[in-house]
Design a protein around this ligand. Structure first.
Ligand SMILES: Cc1cc2nc3c(=O)[nH]c(=O)nc-3n(C[C@H](O)[C@H](O)[C@H](O)COP(=O)(O)OP(=O)(O)OC[C@H]3O[C@@H](n4cnc5c(N)ncnc54)[C@H](O)[C@@H]3O)c2cc1C
Length: 395
């Protein structure tokens, strides 16, 4: 198998690199590089820049307004985006609901919602998890009862990422409590401005507001907001999750982190020498780099296979596990390199303490703590290991 990129793919890489150089505004780049919490305005402006170029919905086919890329182009785009300090695309409408509507939605739903996702008219969030239904998602209890041509929804969702900005939420609801758990769930779209929807913030350990609880009290939505068939939402839920996992590996972002950690280790002095000459620290960087190289090759191998055979399968779980563990290791190495200077700075001080915590490192403790989430969300790494033992090892 040839793991080298073709001349066309290399030309595409140059095109993407030039695009970011010319079109990514400095304030967006700086916010990403310095690990600041990204505002809604930044995310919306970034999406609009990509949409203008036709590069926003990277996994959508051309017929729905995507660029028609294969997995290799998407990988190159992600790598170059990370190198340029571009934000990650907010995935809920683009990488989760979009593919679901394209496969399971009615023509009316596709015609209405998909262009609105591309144009940034609707911000979506994901209403899957509930207290008591995370890994064991099928035990969810939020109830949707049909009343004429409406659903009446009652229940609670939790960990709803960026739900405070959202116009719409896609929800898994129990629509038949008397059958096997997986067979009584439906996938329903809810306008967040409907009376009875309440969003409450969950404060994170680093002080950020990224996740929320969402409560539903007698929320009435049209019956037509059902996607696919009634009680067949579990199939849709699983389809969506395969898409959720692919993006989490973030190979390009880890490559960028490796470069930054190496540069930092050369700058930071310990016992009169650069930290990069400390044998224990150097060994940890070397091990992380070896792991990243191995993952890069595994990733490329899967990309080329997916390019030939269609969508990737359960192997995405390998990328999710390794990708998140490696990225957490880089965050830890950076935190250790900075020592006490990795402690949280208030935003204003972070900009003036460049001598103790060089640019891009002042918010390091916050980044380290926030990054703990990656091995939990999108299906925790323990659950990914269970999936692998069943589907690939046949245990
Ligand atoms: C920052 C963040 C953002 C999130 N955003 C969203 C969102 O936008 N929308 C949404 O719907 N959800 C979201 N989630 C929820 C996420 O998908 C769940 O947290 C995740 O599925 C784990 O569920 P849980 O938190 O209930 O943990 P639990 O299921 O209670 O698991 C606790 C621990 O037990 C382990 N465990 C559980 N069952 C098994 C098993 N069978 N075998 C081995 N180990 C097991 C888990 O791996 C974990 O370590 C988010 C979570 C986080 C942390």
């Amino acid at each position: 198998m040839d793991l080298n990129f073709t001349p066309e793919e290399e030309a595409f890489r140059q095109e993407v690199r030039d695009f970011f150089k010319e079109n990514l505004p400095d304030d967006i780049r700086d916010a990403v590089r310095d690990g600041k919490e990204l505002t809604k305005d930044i995310m919306e402006r970034y999406h609009a820049i990509l949409n203008k170029k036709g590069w926003l919905a990277t996994i959508w086919p051309k017929e729905f307004g995507g660029p028609g890329w294969g997995p290799v182009e998407r990988h190159i785009f992600e790598e170059e985006g990370a190198r340029a300090h571009a934000p990650r695309i907010v995935p809920f409408g683009l990488s989760m609901l979009g593919p679901v509507l394209q496969k399971f939605g009615s023509k009316e739903q596709q015609d209405y919602y998909l262009p609105r996702i591309l144009n940034g008219d609707d911000w979506w969030c994901q209403g899957y998890s509930e207290p008591g239904a995370g890994s064991d998602l099928a035990s969810l209890k939020t109830r949707a009862v049909r009343d004429g041509d409406e659903w009446v929804i009652n229940g609670q969702k939790t960990w709803t990422t960026l739900g405070q900005h959202a116009d719409w939420i896609f929800c898994l609801c129990r629509t038949d409590p008397d059958v096997k758990q997986q067979e009584g769930i439906s996938f329903i779209l809810v306008d967040m401005s409907t009376p009875g929807v309440e969003v409450r913030p969950i404060k994170l350990i680093e002080g950020g507001h990224e996740v929320n609880e969402v409560f539903f009290t007698d929320v009435r939505v049209p019956y037509g907001n059902l996607v696919g068939e009634e009680n067949k939402g579990w199939t849709i839920a699983k389809y969506l999750l395969t898409h959720e996992r692919t993006g989490i590996a973030g190979v390009g972002f880890s490559m960028q982190e490796l470069e930054e950690v190496k540069a930092l280790a050369q700058r930071v002095m310990r016992n009169g020498k650069p930290l990069s000459q400390d044998p224990l620290f150097a060994a940890r960087i070397a091990q992380a780099e070896i792991d990243l190289e191995a993952m890069k090759i595994t990733n490329l191998r899967m990309l080329f296979t997916a390019q030939k055979q269609g969508a990737p399968g359960p192997e995405t779980s390998i990328l999710k596990i390794k990708g998140t563990v490696i990225n957490q290791e880089f965050k830890d190495l950076r935190r250790r390199a900075l020592g006490p200077n990795a402690a949280p700075f208030p935003g204003s001080l972070a900009d003036t303490n460049l001598d103790v915590a060089p640019q891009g490192n002042a918010n390091n403790a916050a980044r380290y703590f926030n990054n703990r989430k990656t091995s939990i969300f999108g299906g925790s790494n323990e659950i990914q290991r269970n999936i692998l033992t069943k589907t690939m090892l046949g245990l």
